[in-house]
Design a protein around this ligand. Structure first.
Ligand code: KIV
Ligand code: ZN
Length: 475
């Protein structure tokens, strides 16, 4: 069995089906170029028949991508297939991905077609696709809830009609790894011409098992995984590309496959998709979350400083991060604190000075959150005292803000963003607010309003509040 695992990225098709994640033509081209740098094998750029805009976007991607195969989705009907063929025609390598549902619930309630009609439509669709390209993928939508005997018949017929890739989707994210793996095993054994096609898995994440299910399929013969950057996708999303790629790479002892992905392009791809779609990446998201390589507890920090592999199974720089990160907080140890000082070029000439700075740091860390460069510098000044936390009495604006919430400033920012406009709050504004709010603990006398222009047009001078009065106190 061949051991290349084909990475089929559907960020711009299934990912775009996430509410509010629609992408313009230019945005799709930017993402496609990044996916090409990432060296994904197949880019599903959209669904050509869905709208004239998506058709144009797929065409633009097809014109600008040279290395990866460019693909368009098409339902199993003539119009969709012709639109898809037209959209991908400029591509150096092109694929048409046609699909029809095969589960009883979809056939009866949605398509209102019999099994025989579905089978016939699948064969007709694949044959038509083959008139435009040799690279044809067939999907049995809702395969997870389809009758297995019927699924085998449809797949056999699709391969006979010329499908080169057979995709088995868990459209509703219903499966579990053990079941999904054994389904692949049986399909590969039972479909007589199975060996003439590449078998593909397409998993949704409704029960949080999209990646696990995809990997189970790989262990049972799948050689294409359909996935998206950051796990973007319909409802709870699709299997996340970065997790699949890093799982097979990191656990090469388990997975008998390799990808051609340039993993150092993963984080840039994640950031680009997040910026374009407005979907933030949760900080604790595997591989691409801001904390995926951050160590907070003193024990972990000490271990990583002594020998990275004590707490890390991948290297941050291998997936495109600058390096691992020791975040400083109340759980941090003296060793991590000292190492941050070295990074900052701060030399303390005696152990006592270091101990004193560390004690001051711990004292404040217990009261608040996290610290960065600027705070570290302050703690190292012999007479430095922790940043003031009282509100200024010279400016009513700041006092009102102070009163607005007894919570931390960052949660206040969150509140404000969502109260004004919940949707934007969850997407654009929150993103912008979260960055300064994270910086807050580092520089007590400045805040999100002085450090960003999210709430008012134009920059606000650092030392002044919007009312113009000097701001003298902390929050
Ligand atoms: O989830 C699904 O079934 C799909 C198909 C169109 C492949 O996205
Ligand atoms: Zn899907």
């Amino acid at each position: 069995m061949q051991n290349q695992l084909i990475i089929f990225d559907t960020t711009m098709r299934d990912g775009e089906q996430s509410p509010g994640a629609a992408m313009t033509r230019e945005e799709k081209v930017r993402i496609a170029k990044q996916l090409e740098r990432l060296r994904v094998d197949v880019i599903e750029a959209g669904f050509a028949a869905a709208s004239p805009g998506d058709f144009e976007a797929i065409r633009a991607v097809a014109e600008s991508v040279r290395e990866s195969t460019v693909c368009s989705l098409a339902r199993a009907n003539e119009n969709d297939i012709r639109r898809a063929a037209d959209a991908v025609s400029p591509a150096a390598r092109r694929r048409i991905h046609t699909f029809i549902a095969t589960s009883p619930i979809h056939m009866q309630r949605k398509l209102r077609m019999t099994e025989e009609q579905v089978l016939e439509a699948a064969v007709r669709a694949v044959r038509l696709c083959r008139q435009f390209t040799d690279d044809v993928e067939f999907s049995a939508e809702d395969a997870v809830r389809s009758e297995e005997d019927f699924l085998c018949r449809v797949f056999e017929a699709a391969i006979d009609a010329g499908a080169t890739t057979i995709n088995v989707p868990d459209t509703v994210g219903y499966s579990v790894p053990d079941r999904w793996g054994s389904l692949f095993k049986r399909l590969l054994e039972r479909v007589p011409n199975a060996g003439k096609a590449i078998w593909s898995t397409h998993c949704h994440n409704d029960l949080g098992m999209a990646v696990a299910n995809s990997l189970a399929a790989v262990l049972n013969g799948a050689r294409q995984v359909e996935c998206t950057i950051n796990g973007l996708g319909e409802r709870a999303g699709n299997a996340s590309l970065e997790e699949i790629v890093m799982a097979v790479k990191t656990r090469a002892d388990i997975f008998p496959v390799r990808t051609v992905i340039d993993a150092t392009q993963i984080v840039p791809a994640s950031k680009l998709v997040s910026t374009i779609t407005g979907y933030p990446v949760q900080p604790n998201k595997a591989v691409v979350g801001a904390n995926a390589f951050a160590h907070e507890s003193g024990i972990h920090q000490d271990g990583v400083l002594k020998h990275r592999e004590t707490y890390e199974i991948m290297r941050a720089e291998d997936v495109g991060w600058g390096a691992n990160r020791l975040s400083l907080g109340k759980l941090s140890g003296r060793n991590a604190f000292k190492s941050r000082l070295v990074e900052l070029g701060i030399t303390l000439h005696s152990e006592e000075a270091l101990n004193a700075a560390f004690a001051r740091f711990k004292e404040l860390a217990d009261k608040s959150g996290r610290y960065s460069t600027k705070t570290c510098r302050r703690f190292c000044r012999t007479k430095a005292s922790p940043p003031k936390t009282s509100a200024s009495s010279s400016c009513r604006w700041w006092r009102t803000r102070k009163r607005a919430s007894s919570r931390s400033r960052s949660s206040w920012c969150r509140m404000r963003a969502s109260r004004r406009n919940p949707r934007r709050g969850a997407r654009g504004r929150w993103m912008r607010l979260s960055r300064p709010s994270r910086a807050w603990c580092t520089v007590a006398p400045s805040c999100c309003f002085t450090r960003s222009t999210t709430s008012r047009p134009g920059p606000i001078p650092r030392a002044r509040s919007p009312c113009g009065l000097p701001r003298t106190g902390g929050w």
